[in-house]
Design a protein around this ligand. Structure first.
Ligand code: ERO
Length: 311
């Protein structure tokens, strides 16, 4: 049987598939279900300094080709998630995890990361630089100056393994500029992509979600080509020490295979997990293994990043 095991930094995972932040990860109960599933890990809902209710409902809608959301960062506060991953890391059978975090300002982000630095948590941290849905707060990683100033400050005190969740970029020059910023810092990973921000889905004559007059982050089938492009663009540009997590449009083993071909070391599932529930991990793992058997691959290393071009 081929293996879908992987590593991110010094952390090993039995399976490369896991949830994407925001989906099935708000409460301990949801996180427990991911932990008990065939997923190799979980990432928590992005935690902020204080608990947040988020935007008014309806704020998520499944659509024909995926989803739109404007959740507005509802979460139980970073301490809730930090306490939980610390609790789990002391249990012998526990998987390795990702703690997703961000402040509503750079100052808040530093308060949170200093608390994580001072804590007993030894696992991975994902700093979310790409939430599209908090009114008045732009997606941080579209502003390279702010991104650089945050990272430069963070790495003056933060020594635990850290990666960043990125919004999709759409221009080759932006891939170059973003990669040049990330290559200056000892990041363990970048995660491409968050939802495509500020799409608009309409049914009959009406928007399908309430916040921001219907504007929201798009996930699912719509975003896979953009996600693959971002995974591959950063795979080509980043220092080899910075690994890529691929997220966007994964609902089959074939989709996961494509993310890995583009260079992903781990693959996250958002919209399709929301629609299908945690049993999706077993299905997609089996589909991915079937493709690997058909192609004669034993491990992800046999094909990771080995996308073929047309000469
Ligand atoms: O609205 C949200 O809570 C949200 N939705 C996304 O599609 N991506 C996010 O990063 C995010 C909040 C952090």
């Amino acid at each position: 049987m081929p293996s879908t095991a992987t590593t991110i930094g010094n952390f090993a995972f039995d399976n490369c598939l896991m949830n994407a932040a925001g989906v099935y990860c708000m409460t301990r109960q949801e996180l427990d279900e991911i932990e008990a599933s065939a997923a190799g890990s979980f990432v928590t809902k992005t935690g902020t300094l204080e608990e947040r209710q988020g935007n008014p409902e309806p704020r998520y809608s499944d659509t024909a080709l995926g989803s739109i959301n404007s959740m507005g960062l509802p979460n139980l506060g970073f301490q809730y998630y930090l306490d939980y991953v610390i609790e789990l890391q002391d249990q012998p059978q526990s998987k390795n995890h990702f703690l997703s975090l961000v402040g509503l300002s750079p100052e808040e982000t530093h308060i949170i990361l200093k608390a994580v630095q001072a804590s007993e948590y030894q696992g991975l941290v994902e700093l979310n630089l790409s939430c599209p849905n908090v009114p008045g707060k732009p997606q941080i990683a579209y502003d390279f100056e702010t991104t650089e100033s945050i990272l430069s400050e963070v790495f003056s005190y933060f020594t635990k393994p850290l990666g960043v969740k990125l919004p999709p970029y759409f221009d080759i020059v932006h891939f170059d500029q973003a990669a040049a910023v990330f290559n200056k810092y000892p990041l363990v990973f970048v995660n491409c992509i968050n939802s495509i921000g500020n799409g608009l889905v309409i049914e009959d004559e009406t928007v399908v979600i309430k916040p921001k007059n219907g504007f929201g982050g798009i996930g699912g089938d719509y975003v896979k080509p953009t996600a693959l492009a971002n995974v591959h663009a950063f795979y080509q540009r980043l220092n080899p020490s910075i690994q890529i997590i691929g997220t966007g449009g994964v609902k089959s083993g074939r989709d996961a295979f494509e993310h890995i071909l583009c260079g992903a070391s781990m693959v996250q599932i958002g919209t399709a997990l929301h629609q299908e529930g945690p049993s999706i991990f077993e299905r997609i793992t089996n589909e991915l293994k079937a493709i690997m058997i058909e192609k004669g691959y034993q491990s992800l290393e046999d094909f990771r990043g080995k996308l073929h071009y047309i000469n």
